[in-house]
Design a binder for this molecule. Sequence first.
Ligand code: PMP
Length: 285
Amino acid sequence: MPLQIYISGKFYDKENAKISVYDHGLLYGDGVFEGMRSYSGKVFRLQAHLDRLYESASAICLTIPMTKEQMEADVNKTLQLNSLQDAYIRLVVTRGSGSLGLDPNRTSDPQVIIIADSISLYPEEYYQKGLKIITASTIRNHPAALNPRVKSLNYLNNIMAKIEGLQAGCIEALMLNTKGEVAECTGDNIFIVKKCVLQTPPKDAGILEGITRNAILELAKELGILAEEVTLTRHDLFVADECFLTGSAAEVIPVVSIDGRTIANGDVGSVTSRLMAEFKKLVHK
Ligand code: PMP
């Protein structure tokens, strides 16, 4: 059976899963989304992802045409129908199709799309040896322009930075905020360890509040690792003892070099290794 894609209550074969070219999700990036993972058939922190999806939608005045309970049931149904255990799930809500103008009031039928597919994992080598990243010159969106806490379909800000990273031979790139402080990477949050303390930029640094980020902060607490949400600069990163990124797709991935500066001795740090292992245990609980 071909992969079954959910669109607004119905399932379609992958090649027949289509929405209107008049959908404002396509025309303007007007919509919201989530990227989730399932482990052994269970979506990791589904509730937190749904909360963030509905909050993102509410921030852009988009009413999702179903309850969270219905959405939860439909996500699970999509996963089961495709007999997927360890999968990546993309949940998209568009503004719906309308006229060729920005006015969201002239759209109807927001579309809910659920794609559950097998995940293409990053090469194991990245987890063992760590990533080299660069700082992109593209800064993160100003929160008063488009708040990074909204996971909107309009991801060009991140894509511009991702292109810079790829051109420099890096799969991730660091983004600073309008104040020149460390915000996050193009699709991952960032952490450092300095003198045994875990540090990550606060929510108001202009970041997406990652579900994995929050899981790591909780894990640190349980493990007795001191953790703080604090303003960081590139300098703090350069002189850190350890650095790693977090995201639903990447999970926890070490960083060993930033802008040509080797972090500490260039090895994956011990706190990072411990959190990688503990996170693996957590997702399989
Ligand atoms: N920051 C950005 C910009 C992201 O797009 C993502 C998710 N891909 C993250 C951070 C990590 O968030 P999460 O842990 O919820 O996947």
